[in-house]
Design a protein around this ligand. Sequence first.
Ligand SMILES: [Zn+2]
Length: 234
Amino acid sequence: MDGQDAVPRRVLAIYAHPDDPDVSCGGTLASWAAAGSEVHVCLCCDGDKGSGDPDVDGADLVARRHREVDAAGRTLGVYRHYWLGYQDGELDATAELCRRLVSLVRKVQPEAVLAPDPTAVFFGSNYVNHKDHRAVGWAVLDAVAPAAANPHYFPGTGPPCQVRTLYLSGTMEPDLWVDITACIDTKAAALACHASQIGEGGEWLRDVVRQRSEEAGQLAGVRYAEAFRRVVLG
Ligand SMILES: [Zn+2]
């Protein structure tokens, strides 16, 4: 497929909410993990507001969502998760978040970083991209270009790291598609682990994911794909 990248040896996916990476790039992570990539995933928020039930206990929900992430990670082949512990809706692209992300990038030393495209505000005419998604996207851009690569930014947070490639998901300007045909069932199985978000079963979500992956696949000339805006940094 045109534009298909080589599999990175080590990748770091940085997202806001516990189910975001699986929805946004679960097929890519599974595909790369199966090909030998070491896949690290950072979740900035705990998912404490991921329920419409006013009586749900926030701490119980957070504990449940951690377990769901563990199960989904095992399904995808995630090497390690990192939780930053912010509350849902309270993520801002602050210098503190940037420093924590720089510290993590320097610790993991990934070749590739995946994150939400912060420039996507509206999807179609009826959906506003969540503020936390935009905030983490901006913070990731600041953290990898140039902060993590320059020793004068946030000294004392580990050796500098030049991330080679950024893959931005949820983008209005895709220019790279990863073929996830072989991993579409793995992605669906990972999503099914997030039962607190989709209810038991989650057939509808699997249908939506399949449909979106099929649409991206049509643009890429394969059956199923995930779309990204790719930024080559080094
Ligand atoms: Zn989210």
